[in-house]
Design a protein around this ligand. Structure first.
Ligand code: GDP
Length: 197
């Protein structure tokens, strides 16, 4: 898919004020610092579209972007800040749950995972919760340029194996780098296919 336009639509702290669900929507989510903003900028070819390096405790926002005038890309607040309080975490969960379970036009959640790390409990738990809710999701492993392909593949295999203790089959997996843009065409191609169906 060619990106002809990518525009910021709005930021929300309230799920009651999201844009009308008139276009198919794709949400991107992951631990803070996973490389979500960088990946969104790489996907859309816009350097400053998503703001990188959000600080812990910053207002949790749902950011909507409209791509090519025909689908929404949604940047969700990152989870798992090391310093975050229980209260912050509870608020994040409530806010994200409300969004994910009530958004009728949501086609797929892209869960971002740092390809350098062994499976982390917080990411596995989030995937399980998505599965329990019946929400379609795919896995996007980030920062592939930071280590060898062998190492990335090993971590992906471990993550898939961990998921298979809960799921009968694993979701689609992408290995990406915001630096080299590896994997970005595959993600856009998949979104294009879903939009056509
Ligand atoms: P976010 O908090 O998930 O939005 O993460 P950011 O996009 O702000 O990225 C966190 C840090 O990782 C920044 O210093 C980025 O430059 C770096 N980063 C993100 N993606 C990549 C990548 O694909 N390759 C490399 N080498 N660094 C990355």
């Amino acid at each position: 898919m060619l990106i002809k336009s990518a525009e910021f639509v709005c930021s929300n702290t309230n799920v009651g004020q999201l844009p009308a669900p008139t276009l198919p929507e794709y949400a991107f989510i992951g631990r803070s610092n996973v490389g979500k903003s960088s990946l969104i900028n790489a996907l859309t070819n816009r350097k400053g579209l998503a703001k990188t390096s959000q600080k812990p405790g910053k207002t949790q926002l749902i950011n909507h972007f409209v791509i090519n005038g025909d689908w929404y890309l949604v940047d969700l607040p990152g989870y798992g800040f090391a310093q975050t309080s229980k209260k912050n975490r509870a608020e994040w969960e409530k806010f994200i749950r409300q969004y994910l379970t009530k958004r009728d036009n949501l086609q797929c959640v892209f869960v971002l995972i740092d390809s350098r790390h062994e499976p982390q409990r917080i990411d596995l738990n989030f995937c399980c919760w998505l599965g329990e809710q019946g929400l379609p999701f795919m896995l996007v492993f980030t920062k592939a340029d930071k280590q060898s392909m062998v190492k990335s593949d090993q971590n992906i295999a471990k993550f898939k194996k961990a998921l298979l203790t809960w799921f009968e089959e694993v979701p689609l997996v992408f290995l990406t780098s915001a630096e080299t843009k590896a994997g970005t065409d595959s993600i856009l191609g998949t979104i294009g296919e879903i939009n056509e169906n």
